[in-house]
Structures are given as C-alpha cells and as structure tokens.
Design a protein around this ligand. Structure first.
Ligand code: NAD
Length: 251
C-alpha cells in the first residue's frame, strides 16, 4: 500500500493533469451512508423498489407518494466535509488536480472549497420549480418550512422537485463532465463502484485512451482490471490515504 501511494503521488507530480471522479463512498467518512453499503437504502428497502420511486415518471404521476418516501429516507444528516473532501480542495488549489466530477448530491465538495466541481446528479440542498418557464430555485429551508404534502412554487404555483437527477432524467452537464474526464492525463476514482451510468461509461471510455487510471474504493469496482493502481480501503480510510498522498506531494 505505501509503495502504491508513493507511485500515485509520483504520477500526480509528473502529469500535473489529474481529474477526480467521486461517488457515494467519499461521503461515508463524512457520515452519509452510501446506497449499496450495509446501512444503505438499497440494502434496507431493495434496489428495485427505490429505483421505481426515485424516477421522474413516478414523481410526475404520484408526487405525494414520492415526497412521503423522500422525507422518510432522503434526509441527509447535517454533516461537515470529510478530510478526503478537504484534501481534494487543497490539491485543486495547488494545481495538482483540475477538477472533480461527482455523482454525489450532498454538496460536500463545494463546501470543502473545491471550485471546479461538476455535480452530474445535482444538488439535494436545492429544489427547482417544474414549470419550464419558471424553474425558480429554492433552498432546503423553503422545503423544510413548507407544510404542504407536495411543495409548490411561490412564484407560479407549479410543483417543485428536489434539484437532483432522478432515474429517467438526463444528467447535468453531460458534455462538460465527459470532456473533463477524457482530457485528463490521470484519472482518480474515489468511492464509486462504477456501476452507475453514464459516468461509469465516461471512465470506461477514458480507459480506452491508454492513460492512467487510479481507483481508491472499499471493495471491487467494475473497472478494477483497467486500473494502473487499485487501492482497496479495507483497513484505514480514504481520508488517511489522501492525506498520505498529500504529504508526499509537499516534499
Ligand atoms: P456507488 O455505486 O458509487 O458505490 C459507492 C462505493 O463506495 C461502494 O463500492 C462502496 O463500497 C464504496 N465505499 C464505501 N465507503 C467507502 C470509503 N470510506 N472509502 C472508499 N470507498 C467507499 O454509489 P451508491 O452508494 O450505489 O449510490 C448510487 C448513486 O446514488 C450515487 O451515484 C449518487 O448519485 C447517489 N448517492 C449519493 C450520496 C451522496 O450524495 N452522499 C449518497 C448515496 C447515494
């Protein structure tokens, strides 16, 4: 492990063009469970059931049922960014990484100070008016203070939706996310099983370009075979691994 960390730091120093892709696993160390882990919602309720509900067609047909499920299961604990989030922000500031493409909707990269963040699945802190001519954005407070079963827009009266990408919707900034990933010389995937598309597809495409892929994840991912270095976070934490890489880069 120590040897691999040294090699990863060397690659970062050499290329000066790393991009990071993150999934739910980076936020478990901040206190937000992932979906597929032991405490995750897929394990508790079954993946099929969850995917059926967090779907745009279900939302449009049954907003009341959607919101009752959302209120019960999608309330993220109020947490601070983890050491891993903070180190990524510092590495961006030092020019060591160009940006982060994340599947997470918890806003923790932005809170940690990362600037070039593409949140392809949106931001759960926000809500958006479903009227395409309005699309007013609301913060979480508006939702929390709202006593309606299905919250509505104060400007036009349409239903508002969590500003996250539900199944059946296009991801945000598809072109920008794909370009940032494909332009990287070194891609570092952290805390993602690489099963969720289209982001996993972008990483797959990157692998065909004969550039370097590093994966830091607890357990297997779909692209372990393509990684130059795979660090399994079975002992210790992702935060400790990134701290070690950071220390080596400061020498
Ligand atoms: P995923 O498929 O990307 O899996 C997360 C991976 O992280 C798993 O392989 C898990 O073993 C690994 N992991 C867990 N703890 C880790 C740690 N400390 N260090 C490194 N790796 C760790 O993601 P998912 O949980 O199946 O979620 C699917 C989608 O749901 C996500 O892409 C995201 O859009 C959304 N989601 C977001 C959040 C969030 O914003 N924090 C949380 C849960 C789910």
């Amino acid at each position: 492990m120590a040897d691999m960390i040294e090699q990863i730091a060397n690659l970062m120093r050499l290329t000066q063009n790393a991009v990071v892709v993150t999934g739910a696993g980076i936020s478990t160390e901040a206190g937000i469970p992932d979906f597929r882990g032991d405490k995750g919602i897929y394990r508790q309720l079954g993946e099929d059931r969850v995917m059926r509900i967090i779907n745009i067609d279900f939302f449009k047909a049954h907003p009341d049922q959607f919101y009752s499920f959302y209120r019960q299961y999608f309330k993220f604990p109020e947490v601070e960014p983890s050491p891993a989030h903070k180190i990524l922000a510092r590495l961006e500031e030092q020019g060591m990484i160009k940006g982060v493409v994340t599947q997470n909707i918890d806003n923790l990269h932005q809170q940690a100070g990362s600037r070039n963040v593409i949140a392809v699945h949106g931001n759960a802190e926000e809500f958006i008016c479903m009227n395409s001519h309005c699309q007013k954005i609301y913060d979480h407070e508006y939702f929390a203070d709202n006593t309606e079963t299905v919250p509505h827009c104060s400007a036009c009266g349409a239903v508002i939706k969590p500003n996250v990408v539900l199944f059946g919707e296009n991801i945000n900034n598809y072109i920008g996310a794909r370009q940032l990933i494909l332009d990287a010389r070194l891609l570092i995937v952290i805390g993602s099983s690489l099963t969720v598309y289209p982001l996993a597809g972008f990483v797959n495409e990157f692998c065909t370009l004969a550039k370097d892929l590093v994966i830091i994840n607890k357990g297997p991912t779909q692209l372990d075979y393509a990684a130059r270095y795979k660090l399994d976070v079975s002992v210790g934490s992702t935060g400790e691994i990134l701290e070690e890489i950071y220390r080596k880069l400061q020498r």
